[in-house]
Design a binder for this molecule. Structure first.
Ligand SMILES: Cc1ncc(COP(=O)(O)O)c(C=O)c1O
Length: 384
């Protein structure tokens, strides 16, 4: 049976054009960017060209892009790096209640080191009110970190307004743009962003490459002390194949974003319209202010995990939410934050579409899902 992939928010397959661009860097062009000879020079040129391409997608300057190994690393770098470099200014950080676990966990760790943390709430659609951020800013606030778009429910935050508030208060603004990069336009200048996290494997590039945009002038401590790579902020030999792939993936997204977004919105809305025809099925997140590729639902009297398993048996790969938290038994902190009860949060399903999702695949999903829901409800202990 052919497997149909509806979990693009967890990770994406590498685009064949990316694979082709990367291949020479495994064999002929394998040099270390720090070497003086021709091999090294070739690698260094590829690295700097990649930096330009990634910067171009978010309207940054090339020297403001620090390549890292993952988005988790970039988010750790942003929070810890700004904290350590700005100890004299203050000890207070603002995040939201619906950040990815790598922000939530870093924030909790920093709290143990003596930092003060405010977690701003979201409304029932998962949206932050910028005025809540404004109210939370104190004299000793050094950083606000708010995700651009939720990996679980796809809610897009008003980051331009949040950025403007931070700028006017003299507080650094970081956004985790892992899910939005390449899907909706990002302009770090227009949006008043000081630091931004982006990742390759969510946009059809290889795993092992990501970046942190650090606006010129932002005070940040290095994450990895070493050989001076990445402007001295992140030592270790550059992973050139992954970085070249990340850049190629950015280039393709820039070229195709407009058309692809329209195509995905149509497919996503077809999924939403048809899933909501199922009795007692509800949409999580805002009907419009959401990423073009993510739809998240909850179904009364059903466990999300059972749905995932039954759909898998029918050849459809979906998830209950974040890949990082779906193995945990606790209900999603994002769904609790939008007001769902633990049992409702346990009954959620995330369907995320991508570059190779077809209308036929969507038709198959919306044909199969209602019957699975019905059959699970028949045996559900909650329904009785
Ligand atoms: C919004 C967001 N931030 C950060 C991450 C972490 O990415 P990685 O596990 O690749 O480091 C993810 C991955 O799911 C994500 O969706």
């Amino acid at each position: 049976m052919k497997q149909i992939y509806f979990d693009y928010a967890a990770t994406t397959p590498v685009d064949p054009r990316v694979k082709k661009a990367v291949e020479p860097f495994f064999k002929e062009k394998f040099g270390n960017t720090m070497s003086i000879h021709k091999f090294g020079q070739e690698a260094k040129i590829a690295l700097e060209k990649s930096r330009e391409t990634v910067a171009d997608l978010i309207n940054a300057k090339p020297n403001e892009i620090i390549f890292t190994g993952s988005a988790t690393e970039s988010n750790n770098f942003a929070l810890k790096g700004v904290t350590f470099a700005n100890k004299n200014k203050g000890k207070h950080i603002i995040i939201s209640q619906i950040e990815h676990p790598c922000i939530m966990e870093t924030a909790s760790w920093l709290e143990k080191q003596g930092l003060k943390m405010t977690r701003v709430p979201v409304n029932k659609y998962g949206l932050i009110n910028p005025l809540d951020v404004k109210k939370a800013i104190r004299k000793d606030t050094i950083l606000v970190s708010i995700t651009h778009a939720s990996n679980e429910i796809g809610a897009i935050q008003p980051i331009e307004r949040i950025g403007k508030i931070c700028r006017s208060k003299g507080v650094y603004f970081h956004t985790d743009a892992v899910q939005s990069l390449g899907k909706i336009p990002i302009d770090v200048n227009k949006m008043n962003i000081d630091l931004l996290t982006a990742s390759s494997h969510k946009i059809y590039g290889p795993k092992g490459a990501a970046c942190l945009f650090v606006r010129q002038g932002v005070k940040i401590e290095p994450l990895l002390h070493g050989g001076g790579q990445e402007m001295g902020l992140r030592g270790s030999t550059s992973n050139i194949p992954a970085i070249v792939g990340f850049a190629k993936a950015c280039e393709i997204c820039k070229k195709e974003m407009k058309k692809e977004t329209q195509r995905l919105i149509k497919l996503r809305d077809k999924v939403i319209k048809n899933v909501l025809k199922i009795e007692k099925a509800y949409l999580n997140g805002h009907p419009e202010k959401r990423l073009p590729n993510i739809a998240n639902f909850w179904f009364s009297f059903i466990e999300g995990e059972s749905l995932v398993v039954r759909l898998d048996l029918k050849g459809i790969a979906v998830s209950t939410g974040s890949a990082c938290s779906s193995a945990k038994l606790e209900p999603s902190h994002v769904l609790l934050a939008i007001g769902l009860k633990p049992q409702q949060a346990h009954s959620s399903l995330r369907i995320s579409l991508g570059r190779w999702t077809t209308g036929k695949e969507v038709d198959y999903l919306i044909k199969v899902l209602p019957n699975i829901v019905k059959s699970l409800r028949r045996i559900s202990p909650y329904g009785k």
